[in-house]
Design a protein around this ligand. Structure first.
Ligand code: SAM
Length: 185
């Protein structure tokens, strides 16, 4: 991306460095790993690792944060999302949550949080809200947004790496959320 800017826009190093602050953090909160079966945990690890590849298409490893799980990758690791928020202090934070009231329309934020939740067995419906409630209870300011395809969450792929790709495509490439969803399907 820097190289693309450099050659396309002919901008220098200083300007590139100025723009680095414009890149958001993408955070996966794995604090609910304890709710998962062994099979789901394996899938969670895979999805979290695939998400690094998605992040690399748009940004670089340091912008990818995994909280509460060791992935053995070059993502940044924090014990909890709260630790990350305390240390990095991003401005606007959006939690992607299918149970949110407001729809995600590709708005900019400094940090996007995705729940490290896999829904293969059992009923984990509404569990992303637990992350929201915990963060609010701990005094953090977080906005929640749901991703919809033509007015419905049905049809939106819910794997963590797909949600990451939809968000980054919409925010960084400026495509519509619908186009972003269709491109990952
Ligand atoms: N069962 C969980 C729930 O109902 O809250 C959803 C788990 S989903 C497999 C994994 C994560 O992807 C969620 O925590 C959320 O961050 C994100 N996600 C999945 N679908 C979404 C949607 N339609 N809108 C916003 N976020 C979504």
């Amino acid at each position: 991306r820097y190289v693309a800017w450099k050659s396309r826009e002919g901008i220098g190093r200083e300007e590139i460095e100025d723009r680095l602050g414009d890149f958001p953090y993408l955070v996966v909160d794995c604090s609910l790993a304890g709710l998962h079966s062994e099979k789901e945990l394996r899938s969670l690890k895979k999805q979290v690792n695939w998400t690094l590849r998605v992040v690399r298409e748009f940004m670089w490893d340091e912008r990818y944060v995994v909280a509460g799980m060791d992935t053995g990758t070059s993502a940044q690791h924090f014990p909890s999302v709260e630790d990350f928020l305390d240390q990095v202090r991003p401005g606007k934070v959006i939690l992607l949550d299918p149970g949110a009231e407001e729809e995600f329309r590709g708005e900019n934020a400094d940090c996007y949080i995705i729940g490290g939740i896999v829904d293969k067995t059992g009923n984990k419906r509404g569990t992303t809200a637990l992350i929201y409630e915990r963060l609010v209870k701990n005094g953090y300011s977080v906005e929640r947004r749901k991703i919809l395809l033509r007015g419905d969450v049905i049809g939106v792929p819910d794997r963590i790496n797909h949600i990451a790709e939809i968000v980054l495509r919409a925010v960084m490439d400026g495509t519509s959320v619908e186009e972003a969803i269709l491109s990952v399907q």
